[in-house]
Design a protein around this ligand. Structure first.
Ligand SMILES: Nc1ncnc2c1ncn2[C@@H]1O[C@H](COP(=O)(O)OP(=O)(O)O)[C@@H](O)[C@H]1O
Ligand SMILES: [Mg+2]
Length: 1024
């Protein structure tokens, strides 16, 4: 078979694309800066073999590895494949900070690392929701298991987590030491060699958090339980148990600390393996039982039948495996066969008994290991089914499987292991080389064949039906008659003698024959020649456990053993599959699993066989480079196109690098990409346009484009920031402007409305004023009331400013006509005048004067309606100016009688109801007498000549000051008011005289005294 290469010339290859296309600007400057950036990243050698100048030279390849290894740069890429060289020493590159450096970062931006591969797979898993797998290959001791652990740690640290997830993370990490204890052992190649294949799925939920896991284990090297090559050891767990087990525990298990005691353990000096034993006691019982089994010894009796000589072991075994001791003993030395429904029991000879014992030990250990894996799986299982039918998780698989192995003496196990590696190589070819070719074809890109070795021919040699080695082996195992390892070899020679990759002593030519024993066959693996010894092939393939031993185990009360040995096995008539066939089938299932996922590769190498740091054994490395197919890998990478992207994806990512495609390209993505790469200055040989994808030959080209994008992103970010800021400011400005306009218009409206209202008010005021002026002489009505009020207001305001300087000043301002009438008789003015007069008359002279001061004098105390009409008629035109109710004391008996006193223009009139009792013209009024005390009595003195007159009148008024003041004023007798102390004399008709005596006392009393005088007791006032 051949590989294809592009027809276009490959060009010098190391050119860097031009970023900028300024006319006239020399391209050299740009190229130089770009190249210096590149070399800065690849300070030691090249970090990607694709960049190697002389890519066909194995020496250059190894030199690059060596240079980097010397500087502790153990990782190098071939495109996206990671090559790792075991440093055999702790390097400071697995820190948490370093993990963070690789998180979410593009492949080319950081130096090569496991973490880059891990992160890349994880990101594809999250972005495309496509299952991933990381295939870690390399020979024993190359660092596969370490790499697996480091990747798991990377996910444990960098993936998002919830609390529940935390436990899954822990369990994933913790499952490792458990399985390593039971499945790893010290070999010549590796102190911690995995003696089983492991494929581990890590399940991630939609958020990218690890939520579960599953482990598939492959072909544990069980033979190690009963036999180890020189310098190797049994599985770690045995030593850990003996060395780390507490005395108590060991006693219970019937074990001694010294491994020398056990036939199954080689006599090696123990290393310090301090591992705390947290395993379940049932599990440790099983481990101990295997050691005890190894110490079971037999001796032959007379018939040559085996007998157990170590009863003690049987006792321990019975307890540890929880079986009947005698049953176990019998089962170890007998064989039970069921033929035609009949049970046949036959004794075993020594050799057979030892074989049966070892078979049991292997079976117990092997099955327990599977049980352990199952147990781990149960603890890692993720309960899906929140949304049945919808797979909510994606899976990332890690394959850590035994590497290609060549020993001095290679047996069935090596055959299986190396077959497995052939299969993986096939997968690698399938997934990378072949599929690549198919893609070029489907994309319509022309190719030219490139030679590469397809190892399918070897796979077929091993696994082909009927003609393959496994088929022939199975046939030998199953056929009746005496099949032995030798007959198997003969069959092989017969069937595949012409195969170019198969050789035996018989088939070899003279020269090679020397290197082959008669019991051996040689396979020319893709990775090198391996000579296998057929001894033990049949037994190991049969993996036979005698029926009675199986039965015994089925009856065990140790729960683990009980689960490991299923009763259905006993009744199943079908022959169990042979070990090789089982392995073949599980491998083919594994291939299916891997094929369905997107693979990433880590190719591990060991620098020397001595497990030493800083030693780079070129021969050993060359060998590995060869059988790992790294040179081929590189050749294909270089011949083909390193990168491909769908047009849409490519355009989306890089469109900002070209003005025509930025920010949007309206045409077909294909055309957009064409314009874009032209603008970027991609050379003809650097890329090809396929049907749906662009193919880029060198990573460098993409690398440079990525760099350009990085630069562009910076400027875009600045531009976007500026644009955004501008936009933001403008938005803010517009908003403010809008607000200002709103406020302005609202305010203007308010002002306008106010002004209009004012105008309206003014118009109305003026109109009212004019109307009022027109109606000014009308009685008060709605038309003039405003005007009149205004006139009054302004008159009063004017008055206020121009008040007369004293009360006697009569120069009163002229009131407006509407106020005139009121003005002349202004009560206030008159009252004030009267008050002044009253003060002149009485102030300081009469005791009750002060009381009258705060009381206003009023026009009259009696309205016209209170005065009899007859009186009014009698008075005719004579207007009553003042009227007040009074009490008259008659002249003889001083009887008190109610009367009215009226003041007219000309006279004082005393009225009794409808009768005018007495009329005193002012001219006849000679004087008025009053006491100085607080009483209200007064006497009107009348001219005596007038006959008509009845004499002086004795009266009493409640408003004596007011009544007397008004009377005095009317009668012009202000100066004739006498204020007397003691008594008052008065005339009572015809010259007779009467006397009123005034004294002060506690209360008012008016009565006729014995002496005929009227006595008035006036109360003393407080003011006196
Ligand atoms: N990256 C590494 N850094 C330091 N030591 C390593 C590294 N990888 C491997 N080793 C050493 O090499 C030994 C063998 O590695 P391991 O992963 O068990 O090999 P494999 O699984 O390929 O057989 C480890 O026990 C460890 O001492
Ligand atoms: Mg390993």
């Amino acid at each position: 078979p051949a590989f294809l290469v592009c027809k276009t010339p490959t060009g010098e290859g190391d050119r860097v694309l031009l970023l900028l296309h300024e006319p006239g600007a020399g391209s050299n400057g740009v190229r130089l800066t770009m190249e210096s950036a590149l070399t800065a990243r690849d300070r030691v050698g090249v970090q990607d073999f694709v960049l190697l100048e002389n890519f066909t030279s194995e020496a250059a390849f190894i030199e690059n590895l060596r240079k980097r290894f010397k500087e502790n740069l153990i990782y190098t890429y071939i495109g996206s494949v990671l090559v790792s060289v075991n440093p055999y020493k702790e390097l400071e590159i697995y820190s948490k900070q370093n993990m963070e450096r690789y998180r979410g970062v593009s492949f080319y931006e950081v130096s090569p690392h496991l973490y880059a591969i891990a992160d890349n797979s994880y990101r594809s898993l999250r972005m495309e929701r496509k299952d991933q797998c990381i295939l870690i290959s390399g020979e024993s001791g190359a660092g596969k298991t370490e790499a697996t652990k480091k990747i798991l740690q990377y996910y444990a640290v960098t993936c998002p987590a919830s609390q529940q997830v935390e436990t899954v993370k822990d369990r994933l990490l913790q499952s490792n030491p458990v399985l390593e204890a039971f499945g790893n052992a010290k070999t010549l190649r590796n102190d911690n060699s995995s003696r089983f294949g492991k494929y581990m799925d890590v399940q991630f939920d939609y958020r990218g958090a690890p939520v579960g896991g599953h482990i598939l284990n492959y072909l544990l090297e069980k033979s190690r339980v009963v036999h180890q090559n020189h310098g190797e050891r049994n599985f770690h767990i045995f030593y850990q148990l003996l060395e780390g087990g507490e005395e108590d525990l060991l006693r219970r298990l019937g074990l001694e600390k010294n491994p020398q005691q056990y036939h199954y353990l080689v006599k090696v000096v123990l290393t310090n393996t301090k591992i705390s034993l947290l395993f379940h006691s049932d599990l440790l019982s099983i481990v101990a039982s295997v050691l005890h089994l190894g110490n079971v010894q037999f001796a032959a009796d007379e018939q040559g039948n085996a007998q157990v000589t170590t009863e003690n072991q049987i006792k321990y075994l019975a307890r540890l495996l929880a079986v009947e001791g005698s049953v176990l003993r019998d089962a170890l030395i007998h064989k039970k066969i069921i033929a035609k429904g009949e049970e046949l029991i036959s004794p075993l000879n020594l050799e057979q008994a030892a074989y049966a014992r070892d078979a049991l030990a292997k079976a117990i250990y092997g099955r327990t290991f599977s049980w352990l894996v199952n147990k781990v799986n149960k603890s890692l299982a993720y309960k899906e089914g929140e949304f049945p039918g919808w797979r909510s998780t994606t899976v990332l698989g890690l394959l850590d499987i035994y590497g290609f192995e060549v020993f001095q003496h290679n047996s069935f196990e090596q055959f299986c292991i190396n077959y497995c590696n052939e299969k993986l190589q096939q997968l690698f070819i399938e997934l990378t080389l072949k599929s690549e070719q198919e893609e070029y074809e489907s994309e319509g890109i022309a190719w030219e064949p490139v030679q590469y070795f397809n190892n399918k021919i070897i796979c077929d040699l091993v696994e082909e039906k009927f003609k393959g080695i496994i088929s022939i082996l199975d046939e030998e195992c199953l056929r009746p008659g005496d099949a032995t390892d030798t007959t198997f070899l003969e069959k092989l020679e017969e069937t595949v003698k012409n195969h170019p990759h198969f050789l035996t002593h018989k088939l070899a030519d003279q020269k090679t024959r020397k290197s082959l024993g008669r019991e051996e066959f040689r396979l020319l693996h893709y990775a090198g020649e391996v000579t296998y010894s057929v001894a033990g092939f049949l037994d190991k393939n049969n993996d036979l456990l005698f029926r009675n031993l199986k039965e015994t185990m089925c009856n065990s009360e140790n729960p683990i053993i009980n689960q490991c040995f299923d009763r259905t096995e006993l009744t199943d008539k079908k022959r169990p599959e042979t070990a090789a066939t089982q392995f073949k089938n599980s491998l083919s299932k594994l291939m299916e699993i891997l094929m369905s996922k997107e693979p990433s590769y880590i190719r591990c190498m060991k620098p020397n066989d001595a497990k030493q740091a800083d030693r780079f054994d070129e021969v050993l490395i060359r060998h590995q480079v060869k059988y790992l197919g790294l040179m081929e890998n590189l050749r294909v990478r270089r011949a083909g196109f390193a990168y491909r992207r769908k047009y849409e994806v490519f355009l989306q990512r890089y469109k900002s690098l070209c003005p025509e495609t930025w920010p949007t390209w309206d045409g077909r993505p294909h055309d957009g990409v064409a314009v874009l790469v032209k603008h970027l200055g991609y050379k003809q040989e650097e890329y090809k346009m396929g049907r749906t994808k662009i193919f880029i030959r060198f990573p460098k080209t993409l690398f440079a484009t990525e760099d350009a994008l990085e630069v562009r992103k910076q400027s875009l970010a600045t531009k976007m920031q500026a644009t955004w800021r501008g936009f933001y400011r403008r938005k803010k400005f517009l908003h403010m402007k809008h607000s200002a306009i709103a406020i302005q218009s609202w305010w203007r409206g308010t002002l306008g409305r106010r002004k209009a209202a004012k105008k309206k008010w003014a118009v109305e005021t003026i109109r009212r004023f004019i109307k009022g002026f027109i109606y000014r002489n009308h009685p008060r009505c709605p038309e003039n009331e405003y005007f009149l009020d205004y006139i009054r207001f302004s008159f009063l305001m004017n008055l206020k400013r121009n008040l007369p300087k004293n009360v006697l000043d009569k120069s009163w301002p002229t009131p407006p006509p509407s106020l005139c009438e009121v003005g002349s008789t202004a009560p206030g003015q008159m009252a004030l005048e009267q008050k002044v007069i009253a003060s002149e008359i009485f102030k300081g002279k009469k005791d009750n004067y002060p009381q009258s001061v705060p009381r206003l004098f009023i026009n009259t105390r009696l309205g016209n309606e209170e005065i009899n009409t007859k009186v009014l008629q009698a008075l005719e035109n004579e207007a009553i100016k003042y009227a007040v109710p009074v009490i008259k004391y008659d002249r003889k008996g001083y009887k008190a009688r109610a009367r009215q006193l009226l003041l007219t223009q000309n006279a004082v009139i005393i009225v009794e109801d409808s009768k005018i009792k007495q009329r005193i013209d002012y001219a006849n009024l000679t004087g008025i007498s009053v006491s100085s005390l607080s009483d209200n009595l007064f006497v009107l003195h009348v001219h005596c000549e007038d006959n008509k007159q009845k004499g002086d009148v004795v009266l009493q008024s409640d408003h004596v000051i007011e009544t007397l003041t008004k009377t005095a004023m009317r009668a012009d007798k202000v100066n004739n008011v006498n204020i007397n102390q003691g008594s008052i004399k008065f005339t009572v008709g015809q010259g007779k005289e009467g006397i009123i005596d005034f004294i002060s006392g506690s209360e008012l009393l008016i009565a006729k005294a014995k002496n005929g005088h009227l006595t008035v007791v006036a109360p003393r006032l407080n003011s006196r």
